[in-house]
Design a protein. Structure first.
Length: 308
């Protein structure tokens, strides 16, 4: 599906009546004539798309074409499967951080895609399960990797109560129709001493403020439904009965071409110089990049929260 087709799906949805965080009905366009449809709540400051897709429309977005996009700067991934090596490197790095607090146990990966993070966790001794809206991705995780994955939207799935030591949600909450409601469900699925770990683009990060309308987070408006800052995300977690125990900015392992493509959004001259530099290296390049615009939050059940 092209970025234009993805936007067409978005246009068929119904306008939300209230803010997902505070319940306010009034909101204001964030940009004047640029990125139409992105609005900000007049009360709490949560940013979101004024038009939301229906659940069945969301499922139609995340097809095979989403993972092999011809224009990944606007929509999806260039070739998700081909990038498995970098995704696995990133997974190992993130899991090692989690294991400083929880060395092992039961792990649920919400929005697990092809299951690469789950596969790494399983190799390290975790009992893993996943939830994934994309039928194409879920079938790969089940058929090729032998993983326990439910093909379902994260919003409407009924999670098993008090079952998981760790729940991860990498770059997913911004794609959800009802992030606040989903966090309540995930809080209910955590064990008493469990941890929820999630990541999402940060609208108040230095790159977002410096790049303005050109920031990649806004470019991906065809698939992102909500846009969080530390404050709006933490308020939503608190409303779900969770307290933040760790906050940081994270990156990921990327190949040289993806890095150059992303840089082209901000300056084509710099990207061209990088591509010329690449010719000096005979083998594919891969490295860890932290753009300082991705929030990562660790949260647990608030002390005194009912865990029955």
């Amino acid at each position: 599906m092209s970025s234009e087709e993805g936007q067409g799906v978005m246009d068929r949805g119904a306008e939300p009546q209230i803010c997902n965080l505070c319940g306010e009905r009034s909101h204001t366009p964030l940009f004047a004539g640029f990125h139409p449809g992105i609005v900000q709540c007049d009360s709490c400051g949560l940013i979101f798309n004024a038009v939301m897709p229906l659940e069945e429309e969301l499922a139609s977005i995340y097809t095979e074409e989403y993972f092999t996009s011809k224009d990944s700067l606007q929509y999806g991934y260039t070739n998700y499967l081909a990038d498995r090596g970098n995704i696995v490197k990133t997974a190992r790095r993130r899991l090692k951080d989690i294991e400083k607090l929880r060395p092992s146990g039961s792990l649920l990966d919400v929005g697990c895609a092809f299951g690469f993070f789950m596969d790494v966790a399983r190799e390290r001794g975790w009992t893993v399960r996943g939830v994934e809206i994309s039928e194409f991705a879920a079938e790969y995780a089940i058929g090729e990797l032998g993983l326990d994955v439910v093909n379902h939207s994260a919003d409407s799935w009924e999670y098993q109560t008090r079952s998981y030591d760790v729940i991860t949600m990498w770059d997913l909450i911004e794609h959800l129709q009802d992030p606040a409601g989903t966090l309540v469900k995930l809080a209910g699925a955590l064990k008493e001493d469990g941890i929820l770990v999630l990541s999402t683009p940060d609208v108040e990060s230095l790159p977002a403020r410096l790049m303005g309308e050109k920031w990649l987070g806004w470019q991906l408006r065809n698939e992102h439904l909500y846009y969080f800052s530390h404050s709006t995300l933490e308020r939503m977690l608190e409303s779900a009965g969770l307290e933040v125990v760790r906050r940081m900015q994270i990156g990921k392992h990327v190949n040289f071409d993806l890095f150059a493509d992303r840089l082209a959004l901000y300056g084509k001259t710099y990207a061209a110089l990088l591509r010329n530099l690449k010719k000096l290296f005979p083998t594919p390049l891969s490295f860890y990049v932290n753009p300082l615009d991705i929030i990562c939050i660790y949260a647990r059940l608030r002390k005194g929260q009912d865990v029955a």
